[in-house]
Ligand binder design. Structure first.
Ligand code: 13P
Ligand code: SF4
Length: 301
């Protein structure tokens, strides 16, 4: 079966839209109506007039789309597509922290379960984390940033103010060895190093530019340089090569591959769209409270 053609037909028939994160396989990026990072995809999900959203990404992304669009049907092609970082925080643990720190504002990275978002004052993504954290700090608030320790420490370093940081991380970014980048820089001295702030400080300090996946892509498009070392998940290289066919992109390490982002195949997308299976549901109270924290993010960013 020609899955791409069948998906196109079903999309029209059912008024469906396909959103894909840059970390998805190339074949999925190529059939997506919209490609983006966490923030862009959340915004597109709100703006879309589709009745069905097929979210090619991981569970927290589809869950966020559902919270923002309670009346739309949101389908996740592979239900086991999770996020190792999102699993590093639970509502029970966050509730305990809140009991011990009743006056602390909770700023939660979008890579988290809905039940954790529901206990938060504001959500952020890698695009707007610095702005949102600084907003609360400028108001004199004490804050907890959860669950990504690296983005939290990065914001702390740039802003020069201390706050609490949860000890979670994205293992794919966190375990990147700086030696890999140093070696590649020696081999390709003209290359610009682009880094996602989910990496540790030892990596970020080697960067010519650090930012969200979309910000890295935009930097590559606008840069005069023709060769780049990429320190984020490897899927983005496909998007970069599509946007800049004359530039060279070198992945900093083959370990930069997220298993959960790679589960989705064209067949999965076809199956869920055809049978309308793998629908995402969120408990009503959790959804209402999580939406308040997401709306706060949109208000501040
Ligand atoms: P962004 O999409 O905000 O760049 O975050 C990267 C990520 O790890 C998504 O899972
Ligand atoms: Fe989660 Fe990391 Fe995979 Fe993103 S790349 S989905 S943060 S495990």
């Amino acid at each position: 079966m020609n899955y791409s053609e069948e998906i196109k037909r079903l999309k029209k028939e059912k008024n469906a839209v396909i959103l894909a994160h840059y970390y998805q396989e190339a074949e999925i990026q190529d059939i997506a109506d919209y490609l983006g990072d966490s923030l862009n995809l959340a915004k597109i999900a709100i703006e879309s007039n589709a009745d069905i959203i097929v979210f090619c990404g991981v569970h927290f992304m589809a869950e966020t789309a559902k919270i923002l669009n309670p009346r739309k049907k949101v389908l996740l092609p592979v239900m086991k597509s999770g996020c190792l970082m999102a699993d590093m925080i639970t509502p029970a643990a966050l509730k305990r922290y809140k009991e011990e720190h009743p006056n602390t504002k909770i700023i939660t990275y979008v890579n988290s379960p809905a039940s954790v978002k529901a206990l938060s004052d504001c959500i952020c993504t890698s695009t707007n984390a610095l702005k949102i954290i600084n907003h609360y700090l400028d108001q004199g608030e004490s804050i907890l940033y959860c669950p990504d320790q690296n983005l939290g420490k990065y914001a702390m370093k740039l802003g020069g103010k201390n706050f609490d940081v949860w000890e979670g991380c994205c293992p794919i970014h966190h375990h990147l060895d700086p030696k890999k980048i140093i070696e590649l820089k020696e081999k390709y001295p003209a290359a610009k190093v682009l880094v996602h702030p989910e990496c540790q400080e030892s990596i970020v300090k080697l960067a010519d530019y650090a930012g969200s996946t979309k910000q890295l892509l935009d930097y590559a498009i606008q840069s005069e340089a023709s060769i780049f070392i990429i320190a984020t998940e490897k899927g983005v290289i496909h998007a970069m090569e599509q946007a800049c066919p004359n530039k060279t992109f070198i992945l900093a390490s083959p370990s930069l591959s997220c298993r959960d982002m790679k589960y989705t195949t064209l067949k999965d997308v076809y199956e869920v769209l055809n049978h309308e299976t793998n629908e995402i549901f969120v408990d009503d109270t959790i959804a209402v409270n999580a939406k308040k924290a997401l709306d706060e993010m949109f208000r501040l960013s």
